[in-house]
Design a protein around this ligand. Sequence first.
Ligand code: SF4
Length: 323
Amino acid sequence: MEPYTPARRVLVAKPRGYCAGVDRAVEAVEKALDQYGAPIYVRKQIVHNTHVVRTLEARGAIFVEETEEVPEGAIVVFSAHGVAPSVHDEAAARQLRTVDATCPLVTKVHNEAKRFAAKDYDILLIGHEGHEEVEGTAGEAPEHIQLVDGLDGVDQVSVRDPNRVVWLSQTTLSVDETTETVSRLRERFPNLIDPPSDDICYATSNRQAAVKQIAAESQLVIVVGSGNSSNSKRLVEVAKDYGAAASYLVDDASFIQDEWLDGVGTVGVTSGASVPEELVDGVLRRLAEHGFTDVEEVETVKESMRFALPHELRRDLRASSAS
Ligand code: SF4
């Protein structure tokens, strides 16, 4: 009698991969290279994905940590994660020409921070210490903002007036964990004010909702994404919380270990908001080599969000096409 071989199935979450903010930021660097020529400097990784960074480097982008590494007068692109006002000031002092690829949904959080700081509120910013987005947002009003890094951070918070406290958040957090952190904060500050609209962005929450859907039916969930990508790491946690026995983050197919697939009948696949689809295709090809040929896409919500390129770039592109 033939040994029993379980049906090998792949459930692919949708939406997955590029969000509107990443798409815009990557296109901004590509268009800047076309418009101004190489090299184009980019402060920090334009988006948190190793492959995207390498591809842009091959086209002539130079990634730097700080504006002081950019030669005076050169062009520098600010990443999708946003920058503090002090970074704009430093760039101006060095006479750099800037293209600001900050995601508009990050800018929205910056604007909320400025508005509440102007009204002298204490702002509790839920986010991960050291993340670029958090540094940028906190830099808008450092004297008003305290970072709350998850549940453990709640007890350390101290405010001037418990009736004038608002919470804001990083855009790429776990929706469930943030809800928990906020209710813990509200136990301490019952009059805590909510942000005017969700700070966790549509792409983060949609990708988490989609992975929840496939995790329940998958023994293993593979999340394509880089180790420094906050939203990708959250997808691994959510997959485990929602029923997957195991979940791993992989930069690409070469990171998949054969033993992960032993005895597995259904593998779930998704990718973070900064991941090009070709990397998911590579994972599906690798899985097919192991007999996972029954591939089904599970769509939880349709996305149609698009953002226009940064205005300074659009202006120069328009001027070139007119001349
Ligand atoms: S994950 Fe959300 S906030 Fe970040 S770039 Fe994408 S759309 Fe913008």
